[in-house]
Write a protein that binds this ligand. Structure first.
Ligand code: GLN
Length: 298
């Protein structure tokens, strides 16, 4: 379609139409999603879109965009349609086999970096797209990271993301169950485990409940199955002085704190996310009840 053809869709027209369509489908930030989808389809960024508001769309661009709009209209997450996202300002490929990175998971990185440094050995349990393993490896250039996941698809994507971010040599990625943690001991075990209580799964937004992998979400009866397992094994898998840091869901902080204390972890802390929800719980393996830890890093 050409600009001089009456009725040609311009960037401005199609954005307006798509934002309205998304709104009618119950999508919250419909205008933003429309812009991001259109910019990606046209090979522009959002500023580029604004600079080309009057640009007419060619037929094949319109077809490609329509197909993507239709997927989003069915509430498929934007990130799966784009095939990538950012975490900690780094690029990550994502696909329906892995959970989409959430901004609050960056708190796990922040809390990790506050606590360890130097030539540390790290485990990322349930790595998914590899965001925690890759980010920690990049932020700590002397570290070595083991990343495990039960999902073959996740392990493949994590490997791809490690390569893309230039840290493949320091990350070992394996298919493995939380019940069979093999390596270690670790200076840090970090995990964003599945933590949604199974009874809450039907209440999740369609983007999450219908499209993201149940394996990455379903934490069993009270959501804490994986947390319990990691906490149970951590005294054995951590170096003295090493930390276990877990992302948790709404209302789980007290239970997880208690589980850590019962397991003998010390210096247990809780960090709220920016919405004021307790989101990270951490604890440390100490040498003994009174002693100093043996293994200071950095
Ligand atoms: N934060 C995700 C959600 O609320 C859940 C992630 C998880 O279970 N680890 O949808």
């Amino acid at each position: 379609m050409r600009a001089d053809v009456p009725g040609a869709w311009t960037v401005m027209d199609i954005l307006k139409w798509t934002a309205g369509y998304f709104k009618s489908k119950g999508i919250e930030r419909g205008r933003l999603d429309a812009e991001l989808l259109l910019a990606d389809t046209l090979g522009l960024d959002r500023v580029g879109l604004y600079l080309h508001f009057d640009r007419p769309l060619e037929e094949r661009e319109l077809d490609a965009f329509r197909a993507r709009v239709s997927r989003r209209g069915k509430r498929e997450p934007l990130q799966y349609i784009l095939g990538q996202t950012e975490f900690w300002s780094l690029p990550f490929r994502v696909a329906p086999g892995v959970l989409i990175p959430r901004p609050e998971t960056e708190l796990l990185v922040e809390e990790s970096l506050k606590r360890i440094a130097g030539p540390v050995h790290i485990l990322d349990a349930g790595t998914g797209s590899g965001i925690l393993a890759v980010t920690l490896a990049r932020e700590m250039p002397e570290s070595r990271v083991d990343a495990i996941d039960l999902s073959r698809e996740a392990v493949a994507l994590a490997a791809e993301n490690a390569a893309r971010n230039g840290v493949s040599e320091r990350i070992r990625i394996d298919i493995c169950d939380f019940q069979r943690l093999a390596g270690g001991p670790y200076d840090l075990i970090v995990s964003n485990p599945p933590y949604i209580a199974e009874g809450d799964l039907p209440t999740l937004m369609p983007e999450v409940g219908q499209f993201e992998p149940k394996l990455a979400l379903d934490g069993g009866r009270d959501g804490l199955d994986s947390c319990r397992e990691l906490i149970r094994q951590s005294p054995e898998k951590l170096c003295p002085g090493g930390w276990l840091l877990l992302e948790i869901g709404v209302g789980q902080a007290d239970s997880v704190r208690e589980l850590m204390e019962e397991a003998g972890l010390r210096e247990v802390f809780v960090r709220d996310d920016y919405a004021g929800i307790p989101r990270v719980v951490g604890g440390r393996k100490m040498e003994d009840d009174h002693g100093e830890f043996l293994h200071p890093k950095g």
